[in-house]
Write a new protein. Structure first.
Length: 619
């Protein structure tokens, strides 16, 4: 793009001053072709969707919102993993059904919760599976339940993306550091510490919960060995959208190869209760779209642009140095309350939304569907930091299902009719209680045809592998897969299911593997394993890879030869013996067979853990 075109786009309102400066600077230094998103191009036809990762937009003048979008060298970002747990919806399938059918979630508090204030509550928030993550139970009891919930949900988002184990290691920084994944979270309440302070005063001194908002992302980064930025924000309801904005900027700057974004809110202390209060937890995994396509990821949708700013809910409010309508100067404004935005397509676009659309390179008319805190209030109530996570999740699921959930102007769900030449888009905007405003423009992604990987010669069947940290976890996860394959819902093709498990899940110490010819044979093998308690390969006490093949350079070639020749039983035996097999190297074109395959998450075997180590706590 030459200087004339840049200035023309600025004059027409498609670029802001910061973007113009970045573009003209790049052109002057000969930094290569300038990349801008075209407003109405399909993702698979849009070369900008595979743009390189580079600097994000910089902040403009003080009175402008800060936008991040596909400016020079900064390509779009893909949502490749998604997970969440919301009132009445322990998984995203249940959450979508509630959203689609217009079912609310308000109820009385679960048994064991103090007070009787109706709200939107999660069940069994005291339960956690410390063994799965290798955490001592006593330490887990001192962890804020918000951290525990987010840890489980973030892991499920990684599994949804097929990004655990070797594929997580492969996310390297520019200097080669593995697991270059940032964690950006939103959280506000510290109810667990308040409860602990009360019991500490009433009873003998005991260990107090350690941590704060910082520990929500930091603990996840430490436990999983993630080396990207790890930070938390608190802008009330808009926290997760602000965190996503920061994550996109970090990806554009090359600070991490992928980013986990999420938020959580629990109502554990009576002081947090108010009419309509709610709970929830959600997480998304982001990667630059170019990297996601190269890795063969299944893309939920694309983050086309985002912006953050501050919007005073009361335009008549005045602070130091700001004149009121009466012409006089007043002192600090009183408490700021959340404002409900008009989300209809005909409403004037708020300033921060206009900036997000400008960062996305699209007109307001091309992204008329809006999602905000009011859209998810029947589902999660006033859920604080989890509000943004719920709004993003509902938006992603609408794009994924090509269906509009009930909302302003829609009494019930309806098919989302699209234009062949214009991708579906949805604007998600949430304003925090203090006026911190954030908007994100999401766009559907329609994958192009993917070439199949090298076919195996003489292969009879598919190699299905499953692993977990303990035999009990393995049996519980096997039961989940058997229920999926026998359930009423759509059944993924056997080759896609097997391939997604091989290439996208971590290889843990307890392993089950079988070569099967069809789905029915796999179901029978899983049911027999669960019913009979057949022994699995248990490598917890050592003994993995007894022949030491993993240390021999020629092993990779040997494994590739076995794969190409269809010797699946031999590969099964080697994997069960503890040999780490790089399945992604054997079958690199992962996206061909795994597109659209959504696997059950690993089973957690939760136990109640609460203050002081005793069982119990809120239900």
């Amino acid at each position: 793009m030459d200087e004339k075109e840049v200035l023309t786009r600025f004059k027409n309102g498609h670029l802001d001053r910061a973007q113009v400066a970045a573009l003209l600077t790049g052109a002057a230094t000969g930094a290569g072709p300038v990349v801008l998103a075209q407003p109405d191009a399909r993702p698979e036809r849009d070369a900008e969707h595979a743009g390189a990762v580079g600097p994000s937009a910089v902040a403009g003048p003080v009175d402008r919102a800060v936008g991040a979008g596909p400016v020079a060298g900064a390509g779009p970002v893909a949502v490749v993993g998604l997970a969440g747990r919301y009132p009445g919806a322990p998984d995203l399938g249940a959450f979508w059904r509630r959203a689609r059918d217009g079912h609310g979630s308000a109820s009385a508090p679960p048994p064991g919760r103090p007070g009787d204030e109706p709200g939107h509550y999660l069940e069994r928030v005291q339960d956690f599976d410390p063994e799965f993550f290798g955490i001592d139970a006593r330490e887990a009891a001192l962890m804020d339940p918000q951290e525990r919930l987010f840890l489980e949900t973030a892991w499920e988002a990684l599994e949804d993306a097929g990004c655990t184990g070797g594929r997580l290691d492969a996310l390297t920084a520019a200097d080669g550091t593995p697991r270059s994944v940032g964690v950006f979270t939103g959280a506000g309440s510290g109810d667990y510490a308040l409860l602990a302070a009360g019991t500490w005063r009433r009873e003998r001194p005991r260990p107090m919960p350690r941590g704060g908002q910082w520990s929500l992302p930091n603990r996840l980064s430490a436990l999983l060995g993630l080396t990207g930025p790890s930070q938390s924000v608190d802008t009330a309801e808009s926290s997760v959208l602000v965190a996503l904005h920061q994550a996109v900027a970090a990806l554009h700057r090359g600070e991490c190869a992928a980013a986990l974004v999420g938020g959580v809110r629990l109502l554990l202390h009576p002081s947090s209760r108010h009419p309509g209060a709610g709970e929830g937890v959600g997480a998304l995994l982001l990667k630059p779209l170019a990297r996601a396509l190269a890795d063969g990821d299944d893309v939920h949708c694309v983050v086309r642009g985002s912006a953050v700013g501050h919007t005073a809910p009361d335009p008549t409010a005045a602070g130091p140095g700001r004149r009121s309508r009466s012409g006089g100067c007043t002192g600090p404004a009183g408490p700021v309350r959340p404002a409900s935005a008009d989300t209809s397509a005909d409403a004037p676009a708020p300033r921060v939304l206009r900036e997000a659309l400008r960062a996305a390179g699209v007109e307001a008319s091309a992204a008329a569907v809006r999602e905000d805190a009011g859209s998810v209030r029947p589902l999660v109530g006033d859920a604080g930091a989890a509000t943004g996570a719920a709004a993003l999740t509902r938006a992603v699921l609408q794009l994924r299902h090509r269906s509009l959930a009930p909302g302003p102007g829609r009494a019930e769900a309806q098919p989302w009719q699209g234009d062949e030449n214009v991708p579906r888009r949805i604007c998600v905007g949430v304003r925090g209680a203090g006026g911190a405003d954030a908007h994100v423009v999401l766009e559907e992604y329609v994958p192009a045809a993917t070439e199949q990987g090298a076919e195996r010669v003489g292969a009879a069947g598919e190699l299905f592998v499953l692993s977990a940290p303990t035999p009990a976890h393995l049996a519980a996860t096997a039961r989940r897969f058997a229920e999926l394959l026998e359930g009423p819902g759509p059944v993924p093709p056997l080759d896609g299911l097997a391939r997604a498990l091989r290439t996208g899940r971590a290889a843990m110490d307890c392993r089950f593997a079988v070569v099967v010819g069809d789905t029915g044979e796999l179901v029978r093998a899983l049911e027999q394993f669960v019913r009979d308690g057949a022994p699995c390969a248990d490598l917890r006490d050592g003994g993995a890879d007894p022949l030491g093949l993993g240390a021999v350079p020629e092993t990779d070639g040997y494994l590739a030869a076995l794969w190409q020749s269809g010797h699946l039983h031999q590969l099964r035996g080697l994997w069960l013996s503890g040999l780490d097999v790089d399945w992604a190297a054997l079958e690199p074109a992962r996206g061909a067979a795994t597109a659209g395959v959504r696997l059950p998450a690993s089973a957690f075997l939760r136990v109640p853990l609460w203050l002081g180590g005793e069982d119990g706590g809120p239900a």
